[in-house]
Design a protein around this ligand. Structure first.
Ligand SMILES: [Mn+2]
Length: 375
């Protein structure tokens, strides 16, 4: 029987683009949550931890980040670590794992081309040697149907037939799921996709798995922030695969439809319900009367102080003009009448919703000003 933790795509040193000040927080937390992977390994008393590539964002990663990761490795000296480089930390002359510091970590093995006997199993690595290869990465897995032991292949790439692109030749780093039938391996551990995904072999048994990243990297990812605990009782047995949360950050993506002024209250209730979420991306759509715009702006501004990152998109929200703006207002002053005409012309020819809001606000100010003069 073999028991191990599968993890991948830590992407240590990633930029966290578009997250503003939260980028640094996300970068730091990615390092911290590695502890959750090893703590899980300790709790489950596994035979080893299997890292399936893209542990670092690139091979030129600063030594500071390397030391941070090695420091964590060294806090768990009893846990054997097997690491297959991916496309970000690709094998080659400048591979980050060639650095001297990694040679001194006794419980770490970098997987290259050769099969490796590990406690309770045999690993068959499928290394990435070119970032843009369109050759099936699993071609090197030996046929092990008649060979004793539990055989686990390890690869980093995209599973053919499960990837949105249909043409084999167009997929970079292709992984052919039929390698299970071809070779008789018990399990195929994969990295490269950031979400957890399990796939069945031709007999309906889930033997192919992506753990996904240990800590979600952006708003678009679903089912990220975990590692897999895998137990295989013997050769040919059904793998038991359990996902265990390792991520610390919570993410929320929401589209919110505004209808009228009552929508502001609904929006407030929604915000109340997501108080504890770290990173929030909100897209507003529908319509909101102009008189509610200021309140909306204030609500949104306050949200930026409650979350590590708060991003709002308002391009699809239409700010509706109050009826009195439609009819011409009697200013009794030629300059004000001219200004109003000019603004209305601008409004008629403006398609950009952000700019329209500015013009509408200017018109509203002008009318308010005109009324005050009247008094
Ligand atoms: Mn990758």
């Amino acid at each position: 029987m073999v028991r191990f933790i599968q993890t991948s795509d830590w992407q240590i040193g990633m930029k966290g683009g578009g997250l503003g000040e939260a980028g640094q927080i996300v970068r730091d937390i990615r390092v911290e949550s590695i502890h959750n992977v090893f703590k899980t390994a300790q709790e489950r008393k596994v035979d080893f931890v299997l890292l399936c590539g893209d542990i670092f964002e690139h091979n030129m990663i600063s030594q500071e980040y390397v030391k941070k990761v090695v420091t964590i490795f060294n806090q768990y000296p009893d846990i054997s670590i097997y690491l297959l480089p991916g496309n970000h930390d690709i094998l080659g002359a400048d591979c980050v794992y060639n650095r001297e510091i990694f040679q001194r970590v006794e419980h770490l093995t970098i997987l290259r081309a050769d099969s490796v006997e590990v406690p309770e199993a045999i690993l068959h690595p499928c290394p990435v040697l070119s970032k843009f290869t369109t050759q099936d990465l699993t071609a090197s897995i030996p046929i092990v149907r008649e060979t004793d032991g539990i055989h686990i292949a390890v690869a980093h790439g995209s599973l053919v037939g499960k990837f949105p692109m249909s043409n084999w030749e167009d997929i970079e780093l292709p992984i052919n799921p039929s390698c299970i039938d071809r070779t008789g391996i018990d399990y195929l551990a994969l990295g490269h996709w950031h979400s957890k995904r399990l796939f069945k072999d031709s007999t309906g048994i889930a033997r192919i798995a992506y753990s996904g990243t240990h800590e979600q990297t952006n708003y678009d990812e679903g089912d990220a922030g975990q590692c897999l605990f895998v137990q295989i009782d013997g050769k040919g047995e059904v793998p038991k695969i359990e996902s265990i949360k390792t991520g610390k950050l919570s993410w929320e993506t929401k589209q919110f439809e505004m209808k009228d002024s009552s929508s502001l209250n609904e929006l407030k209730n929604y915000f109340e319900s997501i108080k504890g979420i770290d990173l929030v991306k909100l897209a507003l759509c529908g319509e909101l009367p102009l008189e509610c715009k200021e309140e909306l702006d204030n609500i949104l501004e306050f949200q930026t102080t409650l979350h590590k990152n708060f991003r709002e998109k308002t391009e699809s929200l239409t700010i509706t003009v109050p009826p009195q703006l439609e009819t011409s207002f009697d200013f009794g002053d030629p300059t004000l009448i001219q200004t109003e005409k000019h603004l209305k012309n601008l409004l008629e020819n403006e398609a950009d919703s952000e700019k329209r809001i500015i013009i509408i606000e200017a018109l509203a100010h002008l009318q308010r000003f005109g009324k005050e003069v009247e008094k």
